[in-house]
Design a protein around this ligand. Structure first.
Ligand code: GLN
Length: 540
């Protein structure tokens, strides 16, 4: 079922196979009909993870990129919607040469074709394919059929891993294997016989339960792997190594280890990273001011998972444990706003992350005003950067009616305005995959803070936006710079502002970026901007 940790499990399997010296890649299959994850509300589905090539995907793709230390392409992601689109496009271009196109086998064959293309593109020896959803549900039937057909095509080269949940009902206090036994049975009905079963549960599975599951599945009990909750998700590869899952999987795939100096080195660096995330010298608390947190009684931080991880990596690197407090933007509006703003004093730094729509906007602007005036380190990501510009225009330049045209179409001072090419798209109702998406270069200004932080002149970062700081044909840029808010990064032609920063004489760390640096942060390669922010926040 969703949320059980399939993505982290699959990523960790990828990681331990990397340690055996093989080139490993990943493919994620999401059974929903949406063609990509771009049109979904983050409260429904968590973060939209944008790939270098601009494809808007599920947050699990972020796990793969982070665990495997790689950048994937759109070929490595598919949904029911995208696979049907592929089949239909092929049919429209006479790709089926006049034949009747059927759901089976043509849809599963298209799935297999794309998996093979992805493996080729990534030059992978082993590809981990994660089929999302729950065994037995209607939605994933075609993908399971593709898996079955693939095993038939390549019996030696395909191994199946079932990730299942083992509940411990409060009333019993005992771990139950029945749901897993049923899942195995259901999977077998689809013609798929798992080679390994991974039991996710709050605690470790004992031998008796492993044997129960083994009996119902035709496996040896040593093929039933316990995956209890661990202190950190990055502990899972090590846990799997202790369970010898790497050896077992290679054996199932009839491969022998290719472990060499580089792969051993990678393993050591990984273990060092995990250790570093746990033993830090300093502690700081960062506030993230957003609006996607409430789903009923729960706080859902999934919408910002890459930001959380980016902070973790930079913290591990800089020897700082970063705690995060989630603050609701709306709490900084209305009658309690002032009281709540005062509470920001205790934070080492504040992040205003990306977002869409009108709610919570004034609260975020109030927060930015407070941190600017009180010199609290600030990092604005995408929408956060845009609102920093609006705040500055209103409160420093005195342009009281400054706003973004996303929230106020006829703003007197449209400090943030829609990108010209986006206007036409919105008019036509073209919302799918149509933002300014993916990697673009940014040139950093000499002498700027960000130039020092990145220690290079040109960078490449991933984007996802329709609006932009409006500097063409107006005097805003000049007004901003006169008062100390510099545009310190632009597109190579100098036209699109990509980064703003306050003069360091005015503020120790106040940076806003139009892109999403969090998407490129990696455990062993922390993002320089997050590292600089964390260091500025900790005052070391
Ligand atoms: N809503 C803003 C835009 O479209 C910001 C997007 C974001 O934060 N990802 O430009």
């Amino acid at each position: 079922m969703s949320g059980v940790g399939k993505g982290i499990t699959a990523s960790s399997i990828g990681k331990i196979l990397q340690f055996t010296g093989y080139r490993v890649s990943a493919v994620k299959i999401d059974p929903y009909v949406n063609v990509d994850a771009g049109t979904m509300n983050p409260t429904e589905h968590g973060e939209t993870f944008v790939l270098e090539d601009g494809y808007e995907t599920d947050q699990d793709m972020g796990n793969y990129e982070r665990f495997l230390n790689t950048s994937l392409t759109r070929t490595s992601y598919m949904t029911t919607g995208s696979i049907y689109q592929r089949v239909i496009n092929q049919e429209r271009s006479l790709g089926y040469k006049g034949k009747t196109v059927s759901v089976v086998p043509h849809v599963p064959l298209a799935v297999i074709e794309q998996i093979k293309q992805a493996a080729k593109k990534e030059d992978a020896d082993i590809t981990i394919i994660e089929i999302g959803g729950t065994v037995g549900e209607y939605e994933s039937i075609l993908f399971l059929e593709a898996a079955r057909m693939m095993k038939r095509q390549h019996p030696q080269d395909v191994a199946f891993v079932l990730v299942s949940y083992l509940p411990i009902p409060n009333t019993l206090g005992e771990m139950k294997t029945k749901p897993t036994q049923h899942a195995v049975r259901t999977l077998q009905e689809s013609g798929i016989f798992p080679d390994i079963i991974i039991g996710r549960s709050p605690e470790s599975m004992d031998q008796r339960r492993k044997e129960k599951i083994a009996t119902s599945s035709m496996l040896h009990h040593s093929d039933i792997i316990s995956a209890p909750n661990l202190e950190s998700i990055y502990d899972l590869p090590d846990h799997f190594l202790k369970e010898k899952l790497d050896v077992k999987l290679l054996h199932k795939l009839r491969l022998t280890s290719r472990s060499n100096r580089t792969s051993q080195q990678n393993r050591k660096s990984w273990i060092r990273f995990v250790r570093k995330t746990k033993n830090q010298k300093y502690d700081i608390t960062i506030a993230i001011v957003g609006k996607y947190f409430g789903t009923g009684e729960f706080v859902l931080s999934d919408a910002y998972v890459s930001v959380i991880e980016a902070l973790k990596f930079s913290g591990a690197y800089a020897n700082i444990r970063v705690h995060i407090d989630w603050l609701q933007a709306q709490d900084f509006e209305g009658k309690d706003a002032n009281n709540n703003l005062q509470r920001l004093k205790k934070y080492a730094g504040v992040i205003v992350p990306g977002g869409f729509g009108t709610s919570g906007i004034e609260g975020k602007i109030n927060v930015i005003e407070y941190v600017r005036k009180n010199k609290i380190p600030f990092l604005g990501l995408c929408l956060g950067m845009q609102l920093a510009c609006v705040e500055f225009a209103r409160n420093v330049l005195g342009l009281k009616d400054a706003h973004s045209t996303e929230m106020c179409e006829d703003a007197e001072h449209p400090i943030i305005d829609i990108l010209p090419e986006q206007k036409e798209k919105l008019r036509k109702g073209d919302y799918g995959g149509s933002m300014r998406l993916g990697s673009y270069p940014t040139v950093l200004k000499k002498g700027s803070l960000v130039r020092k932080v990145y220690s290079t002149e040109t960078i490449s970062e991933r984007h996802r936006h329709r609006y932009e700081l409006n500097t063409i044909g107006n005097e805003y840029r000049e007004l901003f710079e006169k008062k100390g808010l510099y545009i310190s990064g632009t597109s190579p032609d100098g036209l699109l502002p990509e980064i703003i920063e306050l003069d360091q004489k005015l503020h120790p760390f106040f940076v806003g970026v139009q892109f999403h640096p969090e998407l490129q942060a990696r455990p062993l390669d922390p993002h320089p901007l997050f590292t600089a922010f964390v260091e500025a926040s900790s005052n070391i």
